[in-house]
Design a protein around this ligand. Sequence first.
Ligand code: ADP
Ligand code: ASP
Ligand code: MG
Length: 419
Amino acid sequence: MKVFKFGGASVKNAEGVTNVFKILESFKNSKLLVVISAMGKTTNALERIVDLYFAKDNALNQDIDALKRFHVDIASDIFPNHHDVFESIQGIIDDLLATLKRNKSTQYDFVYDQIVSYGELLSTTIVSAYLNQNGLQNIYVDAREFIKTDTTHRDAKVDWETTQSLIKNNLPEHNLIITQGFIGSDANNFTTTLGREGSDYSAGIFAYCLNAESVSIWKDVPGVLNADPRVFEETQLLHHISYGEAIELAFYGASVIHPKTLQPLQRKEIPLFVKSFQNPEEEGTSVKKGQPLDPYIPCFIVKKNQILLSLSSLDFSFIVEDNISQIFSLFHQYQIKVDLIQNSAISFSVCLDDRFNHFEKLLPELKAKFKISYNQNVDLYTIRHFNELAIKQLEKDKDVFLKQITRETCQIVGRYRKN
Ligand code: ADP
Ligand code: ASP
Ligand code: MG
């Protein structure tokens, strides 16, 4: 069995859905499990819906109407007028409205997961119906019945044992299975999500549990490039990379692969292919065990909107293991990710990724114990396999706040220079 994953960009409009059909048709003779994300920017639209709901803002109904219209418009382009799919879309929207009406929880993250998951339910319903209508018989499977997690809403941790057993014992036998990325459920069957962009990870989880032959993630780029084409003008395709290299690139922020995707694949040595949905016949990038990076060139990664925080003790005493462990446990508690660490005798600097906007809440706790200074809105640049020229190129138009060089990796915290 092969596992495919189609992301938001691949199903952002009617043309995208027909393109997915064409790709799947060309794999008619393979057994496939296909993981699909929400269409286009639907997850962002649903995040806004959650915010409006909590703010008791009247724009809520308009936004839900717009969400429905977006999906109905796509369906109208590819289905005949009276197709059942329109009823299914209405059913999902009604369900979303009922969930909001019924909800008593004031816990933002819990409600977020119950609502934001509708994006994936809508997209998979439409894609599955379209494939069936056009002769690609498939079955629709609700990923929440298989991917079981803890209750860390918006960043749920997989319960591997239960997930493995459900997939092994309950997944229906079929040559083409369509399911959702990103979503799972907890032991009480409440919906959970695996973190933004988590659909790649869903593909990795299914592949691991199915001992799949390979995973292909279909993207709007030719494969893994040596830099994000949205940020860097000149990029080159990486034809072959190892799991280790891919994990490093994803960890430092190459958003083309969700960082959690690779571990389960590496454990079972399941190859990962990153391919273009626009040019499906092209090779793309293959990620396999021990493959040397080909071509061997510097790779540039940027993580935007980070925080550079420096702490020193109030009494000029040394920052040592004891304080550092206190600081880290606070980061953990506030779900703030540490991307880079640098310390000297009396000061300690970290570059932080505050994904859930908890930094403001953490600040008073830090201020009570340390002298602190920080810059918000800085960028973290990482160059893997750097050379002098690559560093120079990167630094030429930036104010550099911090730089750290190890054998394979140069990291720079900086910001575009204003002039
Ligand atoms: P999906 O449609 O699966 O959600 P994403 O948008 O998450 O796809 O990932 C694809 C995007 O990742 C590309 O459009 C590109 O801008 C970005 N990206 C960042 N770093 C890289 C890289 N090193 N190589 C290729 N794409 C990259
Ligand atoms: N739809 C989710 C998101 O946009 C998950 C994904 O696309 O991977 O974050
Ligand atoms: Mg995405």
